[in-house]
Design a protein around this ligand. Structure first.
Ligand SMILES: [Zn+2]
Length: 157
């Protein structure tokens, strides 16, 4: 392995391209989506063409809300030996529309998770790659105060 550059300080690398990590202080990690200016549909991640109206050149990148609600979930009791179980695999509905598959952090016991529960996105270092970079994934956790935040499509803090 060539090492032309000085031994790097560990960088944080998002596990998927639609997870954006803060590049400076004051920013927060967030998911990005594609919004169709023609029909209003919003998708998780980058899309060149709208699947709903087939509009081309109508897609724009948007920042997705960090908050949503548990749409559905299941408790995983068996997994690979290195994966801690049980954990909650959920689908989270964001106010902009997209459904996002994720894990609910084990800050909550699985018995506390219910459909409709307000959740907020957080990040977690899940492993380190061969170059020593931290691989960061997104997770969701119960919002700290349990308020419903999805009504009216707005993002309230
Ligand atoms: Zn469209």
């Amino acid at each position: 392995m060539e090492q032309d550059e000085s031994p790097a300080v560990s960088r944080q690398v998002p596990i998927v391209p639609y997870l954006r990590l803060p590049e400076s202080g004051g920013e927060t990690a967030h998911l990005v989506g594609s919004h169709c200016r023609q029909c209003g549909e919003t998708y998780l991640g980058t899309r060149a063409i709208c699947l709903k109206c087939l509009g081309a050149n109508s897609m724009e990148e948007v920042v997705l809300s960090r908050r949503g609600q548990v749409f559905t979930y299941t408790v995983i009791h068996q997994s690979a030996p290195w994966v801690k179980v049980p954990y909650v695999a959920a689908v989270v509905k964001l106010p902009e529309g997209p459904l996002v598959r994720s894990v609910i952090t084990d800050d909550e016991s699985s018995e506390e998770v219910v459909v409709g529960m307000p959740v907020e996105m957080t990040t977690e270092i899940v492993r380190r790659d061969a170059a020593g970079n931290d691989i960061v994934a997104y997770r969701f956790r119960k919002t700290s105060n349990g308020r419903s935040l999805v009504s009216q499509g707005g993002q309230r803090e």
